[in-house]
Design a binder for this molecule. Structure first.
Ligand code: NAD
Length: 491
């Protein structure tokens, strides 16, 4: 089984790691097994390997090799997809249906998009001749890989996020040290095993360093041998990454938290919109950064909307993530469950009530579970309406028309995503365009895709992942000017 050995990948070698730690099934609390728990010396070796591979192997200058290796990786992971699916459901607690999309199959297939991009990208651009200061010069702009990338990732969509960093970073010619979340070492280690055993990716180009200690991630932010940190996680940790990276003026790319709004306009099909919002809000127990967790409904129909949304949420309930029909599985850990319960207490203390849910589901003695919960009676100033809860918790609030809905949606420190539902597509589109967020869905449109840039405004991050914009995050820009041979202007 891919998961069970869970080694480190350092400089092309799979090594067990000098220490081991346990990884746990969040649905059952069962210990799945052990993973390598890297010590700082192992992270240091991984960074050295990535540096050496970038500086001395041909990887950085060979887009054809990179495209070949990314296609190989996609094919190899596809061959292992049954095994990876079981592993992901067990370690992440991800509902199985999601593994056919963003939790596994989609990001594996998307690697080929980045392979194609490496081949078709215009690496050089001729700016032509000019005579600045009387010196006639031929100018070119060359795009080059940034160098060594430190990739630090969370646990909620491990394959999607690990591969959305590896795909473009490798296609662009970088070498990578991947430091996944302590909660999901097996998902990342499986990737390392497949890379080492089934691809031609040269030693040191990808290193996978799992471990229980968050400080391993911080080593990537501070180390002068790392050129760029690509981080996905909470806004609080993103700030720490930025602070740490400042010392070496390292580039940082940040995908952070969200508190996205789902706007239902007064001409929308209310029942359809509320069902959609309920489903979207509790998928994967709400553990998605772009999930719409503030539901804004027309004031005149607020009570109806509460009833419709609560009914769907209660009907979906929680379920075993192995079951194809499950939408809301467990949350990742006891710590995360306790944090969500803290927010439920806070919502109550702030004057909120629960139209459904509000605690742990009955009959689930083992595992980490929270009922799908609809909070009513709060306005957008409440902390439960402003802060990221990262659980199956929706806050429903009334709005007084399109302008007011957009105002409430934008009144947030975050700006990751959003949704608008309305009967008149022009009106819905107009509201969507006014949202200060990196992605917006109109009437259920799906923005997720390899060619679609994803990222946040405001405190949801800096930069874009995926798409050409995401690929270009991993590039440097060099301008080369050569004195013209005509002799004209030569001093
Ligand atoms: P987290 O911020 O606690 O940890 C993320 C990663 O950072 C982990 O690998 C962790 O070990 C590492 N880390 C912790 N402290 C560090 C430090 N000081 N320096 C460097 N690395 C450090 O986040 P999490 O709990 O794993 O994930 C949940 C969060 O991730 C949520 O806030 C969610 O919104 C966010 N997220 C954002 C996106 C996005 O694309 N915007 C996607 C998924 C998750």
């Amino acid at each position: 089984m891919l998961g069970s050995s869970s080694p480190l990948l350092i400089d092309g070698e799979l090594v067990p790691g000098s220490r081991r730690f346990e990884t746990v099934n969040p649905a059952t609390e069962e210990v799945l097994g052990e993973a390598a728990d890297a010590v700082p010396e192992e992270m240091d070796r991984a960074i050295a390997a990535a540096r050496r591979a970038f500086d001395t192997s041909g990887w950085a200058t060979d887009p054809g090799l990179r495209a070949h290796c990314l296609r190989q990786l996609s094919e190899a992971l596809t061959r292992h997809s049954d095994e990876l699916r079981e592993l992901t459901v067990a370690e992440v607690g991800a509902p199985r249906f999601l593994t056919y999309g963003a939790q596994l199959d989609a990001p594996v297939a998307d690697l080929t998009w980045f392979a194609d991009l490496a081949e078709r990208y215009e690496w050089e651009h001729d700016l032509g001749r000019a005579s600045p200061m009387g010196m006639t010069s031929d100018r070119r702009v060359v795009r080059e890989p940034a160098g060594v990338v430190g990739a630090v990732t969370p646990w909620n969509f491990p394959h999607q996020i690990n591969l959305a960093k590896l795909g473009p970073a490798l296609a662009a010619g970088n070498t990578v040290v991947l430091k996944p979340a302590p909660e999901t070492p097996w998902c990342a280690a499986a990737l390392g095993v497949v890379i080492a055993e089934e691809t031609d990716i040269p030693p040191g180009v990808v290193n996978v360093v799992t471990g229980a200690d968050h400080a391993l991630g911080a080593m990537l932010s501070t180390d002068p041998r790392v050129d760029l940190v690509s981080f996905t996680g909470s806004t609080a940790t993103g700030r720490a990454v930025m602070r740490d990276a400042a010392e070496t003026v390292k580039r940082v790319f940040l995908e952070l938290g969200g508190k996205s709004a789902f706007i239902v306009l007064d001409d929308a099909d209310l029942r359809a919109a509320c069902s959609h919002a309920a489903f979207a809000g509790i998928t994967h127990a709400g553990q998605g950064c772009a999930i719409t967790t503030r539901l804004l409904v027309p004031r005149a129909r607020h009570d109806e909307a509460v009833e419709m949304t609560a009914t769907t949420m209660a009907k979906l309930g929680t379920g075993d993530p192995r079951d194809d029909r499950t939408v809301c599985g467990p949350v990742i850990s006891a710590r995360q469950r306790d944090r969500i319960e803290g927010y439920l207490d806070l919502a109550r203390a702030e004057g909120g009530a629960f139209a459904t849910g509000g605690g742990r589901p009955e009959g689930r003695a083992k595992g980490f579970w929270i009922e799908p919960t609809l909070v009513t009676g709060l306005d957008n100033t409440a902390r439960a309406a402003r802060e990221e809860i990262f659980g199956p918790v929706l806050v429903i609030m009334p709005h007084d028309g399109d302008d007011d809905a957009v105002r409430i949606a934008n009144d947030s420190p975050y700006g990751l995503s959003g949704a608008v539902h309305g009967g008149d597509p022009d009106r819905a589109r107009a509201a969507a365009r006014r949202l200060r967020t990196g992605t917006v869905s109109v009437n259920g449109g799906v923005w997720y895709g390899a060619d679609v840039p994803f990222g946040g405004y405001k405190q949801s991050g800096i930069g874009r992942e995926m798409g050409v914009a995401g690929f270009e995050e991993y590039l440097e820009t060099k301008a080369i000017a050569e004195i013209a041979r005509t002799g004209e202007g030569v001093g």
